[in-house]
Design a protein around this ligand. Sequence first.
Ligand SMILES: [Zn+2]
Length: 240
Amino acid sequence: MLSQPFTLTHKDSKISYNIHYSVRKTISIEVSNSQQVIVKAPVATENKQIHSIIQKKADWIVKKLAYFKNITTNFTPKQYIDGEQHLYLGTSYPLKIDYSCVNSVGIINNLLHVTTSTITAYNIKQQLQSWYMQQAKLLFSDIFENNWRYFITIVKQNLIKPSFKIRNMKSRWGSCSTKNIVTLNSNLIKYPQDCIESVLMHEFCHLIHFNHSKEFYKLLTEVMPDWKHHEQNLNDLSRH
Ligand SMILES: [Zn+2]
């Protein structure tokens, strides 16, 4: 049973929440990525008690809400206009577009600066995409080598180093083929290095376990204890 929304003001923020009553023993608060606050509570819990728990947890709730709001605004369809935020290695940069007869893309003074002879969303998108690919090609080999070295020292197995490919993929972050090829999605260059490394480690583990079995996740946790956090972060950042 879901209650009507309740509202509470905390500092400058308004928190609206619904209470979901069910057969359970404890009260829990969930903040969803659609910016809804749901309190799960035992059937006979008094509103007063829930209200005071929300008050105690208000800082955390406001922080979570802001986080999801930031993500959602980051993922409205891109328009490729001045000031629009674009990600590179996990940092968000405002776009700065200038007319020039020379096409270029680069990060200058904390701006993602695009110069172009044709200022259209389509052209700017194309230029950005090829720049992301270029950066991925520049940076991913080192990340691959370092993580591979780390991986084999931890697993202590005689593995043949896989060949490495970078591709612009639509539906996956990485892959590992039976032909000993590890592929990374060039779009990973938009996200924090930890996220890129967690995809690599995932694929490396497939060289030993070609499935998502318990053993696979045990190995992944051994080589990267906080993989879940990075995977979640990547999912959140790339949603929509
Ligand atoms: Zn997998």
